[in-house]
Design a protein around this ligand. Structure first.
Ligand SMILES: C[S@@+](CC[C@H](N)C(=O)[O-])C[C@H]1O[C@@H](n2cnc3c(N)ncnc32)[C@H](O)[C@@H]1O
Length: 259
């Protein structure tokens, strides 16, 4: 049986986008300006936190590498508790809450507790970083499909269906891939993707610290080592990574041009 809604505030699961505050939706900004309490993640940029209504309480809920499931349950419980205390709660998450953001788990917990909730979509890292690095994820004649993959369990046997990612004309965007680069390089080639396939790293995309590097699949691990790649970063594999587009956003001061 579902719980009753009793004097509950409402929770907005808000996507903060990949870093640049200009990429917030109008609705996300409105939520931040009306919030009584904001619970935010590690990847939400300081420039976005600065837009929260002065006087709203703020709680950090970034997860470490320890026990993510237990930590997620604690966050779910905390959101339910805050909804019984405040009127407008914002759960602020990097990118889009429903793309590798565990927004679904939080929504399920809120719904089970009878708390009204909504999702405000955000620009996910793949589309934001693609745009700011000059990499169109699809491109007529080069890429007819695009797949977002979590590399979190890339090395596990049941982690990634590599054979489904090996065709040319297919852009593959790996989230959480920095620790799995040798696996990505080896498995894609083992399943038939050419070693000459263009690749790109976008590190801290859509922020003043953005760095973009390009190379080929057979040199992926060496390139990551050479540039000392740091999280958060995306690994983009596909012909579109070799187009060589240079948007203004890839030329802002402090941004390394693609190698
Ligand atoms: C837990 S996932 C969250 C994804 C998020 N919900 C989204 O829609 O973008 C975290 C991963 O997203 C990617 N990511 C997030 N923000 C990024 C950024 N500004 N630049 C590059 N990669 C980013 C990285 O791969 C990072 O490890």
């Amino acid at each position: 049986m579902q719980a009753q809604t009793l004097h509950s505030g409402r929770v907005s699961l808000v996507g903060a986008g990949p870093g640049d505050p200009d990429l917030l939706t109008v609705r996300a900004l409105r939520c931040l300006q009306e919030a009584d309490c904001v619970v935010y993640d590690r990847l939400v940029s300081p420039a976005i936190l600065a837009l929260i209504r002065p006087g709203a309480c703020r709680e950090y809920a970034g997860k470490g590498v320890g026990h993510p499931s237990a930590e997620q349950q604690a966050i779910n419980a905390r959101l339910v508790a805050l909804a019984r205390q405040y009127r407008r709660i914002v759960r602020l998450k990097g990118g889009d809450p429903f793309i590798f953001g565990r927004g679904g788990e939080e929504a399920l917990a809120l719904q089970a507790a009878g708390i009204p909730w909504e999702v405000v979509p955000g620009v996910t890292a793949a589309t934001g970083c693609g745009a700011y690095a000059g990499i169109p994820l699809t491109h007529r004649g080069l890429a007819q499909q695009v797949t977002f993959v979590t590399a979190h369990r890339a090395a596990a046997e049941d982690g990634v269906d590599w054979s489904s990612l090996a065709n040319s004309g297919h852009t593959v965007v790996f989230y959480m891939g920095v620790g799995e680069i040798p696996t990505i390089e080896a498995q894609l080639q083992r399943h038939g993707r050419s070693g000459a396939t263009p690749v790109a790293f976008v590190e801290s995309g859509c922020t003043p610290e953005q760095r973009v590097f390009t190379g080929t699949l057979d040199g992926l691990t060496a390139l990551a080592r050479q540039v000392a790649l740091q999280a958060p970063a995306l690994v983009i594999v596909g012909e579109v990574a070799g187009l060589g587009l240079r948007p203004l956003s890839a030329l802002i001061p402090g941004v390394a041009a693609a190698a």
